[in-house]
Write a new protein. Sequence first.
Length: 502
Amino acid sequence: MSEHILALEQITKRFSGVEVLHQVSFGLRPGEVHALLGENGAGKSTLVKVMTGVHQPDGGQIYLHGQPVTFSDPLASLQAGIAAIYQELSLFPDLNVAENIFVGRQPTGAGGRLDWRTLYAEADKLLSALGMHLDLKQKARNLSIAQQQMVEIARALSIDARILIMDEPTSSLTLGEVADLFRLVRRLREQGTAIVFISHRLEELFEIADRVTVLRDGAYVDTRPLAEVSRDELIRLMVGRPITNLFPKKEVAIGEVALKVEHLSSEGIFEDVSFELRRGEILGMAGLVGAGRTDVARAIFGVEPPTSGRIEIDGKAVTIGSPQQAIDLGLALAPEDRQLHGLIPPMNIVANISLPMLGAYARRGWLRPKQERDATFAAAQQMEVRANNIWQRARELSGGNQQKVVLAKWLSTQPRILILDEPTRGIDVGTKAAIHALMSELAGQGLAILMISSELPEVLGMSDRILVMREGRVTGQFTRAEATQEKIMAAATQTVAAGETA
Ligand SMILES: Nc1ncnc2c1ncn2[C@@H]1O[C@H](COP(=O)(O)OP(=O)(O)OP(=O)(O)O)[C@@H](O)[C@H]1O
Ligand SMILES: [Mg+2]
């Protein structure tokens, strides 16, 4: 056991009587990147939170440097040299970048007064060392998810941790940003830092991790060196069965134009965006984080109406001033940020899914709970949401299952035009294949789908046509047959050479 800097022995964890970790053991060596792998809800984040004192185990023991320890709260684990970046981002929205990095430990000068000069100098040093370019005075609420993630990483690293835990750090980063993060991870590993790394992207594990521990249904399955395990074997360990049909895009008849966008602009954010989306079509929207894709989606959906341009639905010009108007016109938008825009965490699954549909379930002002429950149950089942029951609060669900609830919520509105912003982020390989199959089926039924995705294999595998954006403008359009990874990357960056890696 002494080879381990951190060891968990036979950890059991229950939430209100339901056991979600069954006697799980895990050993972390100094200077290794140790991946945790498992389906959505397998218990990865819970295990991490046991390591950091967010949750107390109901059974088992934690050892640090071979000594039994108890972390009564996250501060205790932090003081013991364990830093964590959690799956749900945890910045203070009204504090700026520098304040968030040093929150709770701001440098003080004489008389205990805040030393702003040192605060900004230290924050700047840290971010430049990490190769991150951020405005230190920008408030966290104005940052993209990728930028928020960078701040979280900077905060974790500012502590000089011996153990660094990263729960899906790459899920909202694009290729270049992932390469930067991996460079950093390798540097830390060389310095002897032990790293726990969670990701649903198997290619990433093969690239960065030394060993992988697989969990299934809250139980330990196996620990293997990555060099000695194949991709298919990993999937089998994780899911219990092989998955063959990745990207099951079916050929479907493409119909009439459902959505036409002409010269759409939102001052200072995006400019002159034009495209058509037809029934039965999946239009992929590729680009780097911050290219303006989400802003275009939000403009079309009436969240932040555009400053100029034209939108037509089924050949008729429309003005969409609010999401409710968009919903009434048959549009749905499943947003990328499930915590900010997608879910109401303290409400249960039923309430979350039926939210945009309340009108349909109500008769003369009274909710009809049975109908609500049946429709919700069907939608949750279609998305393979895994929970104790449909009355469980959204915030208690695993990250991937929260994402499934957001998708179920918008599908239950039975839209005719569906906008999906990063639909499979944080979703495990098995469910991802199921979501892709569902998209393909919906397209087959005549739904028009606009899919924003930063994952090139997903864009290439699922789209009939691909639109690429860069810095608020459309910089490329490709048919399914024309599109290649290189062409999309070139249009998305136009400066970085295609296929660049760490
Ligand atoms: N606070 C909580 N209360 C009740 N149940 C919880 C709570 N936190 C987690 N769970 C349950 O524990 C199980 C494991 O969840 P966990 O978040 O660890 O999964 P995960 O492996 O991280 O999944 P994902 O890949 O989706 O992030 C799930 O069934 C989840 O619903
Ligand atoms: Mg998780």
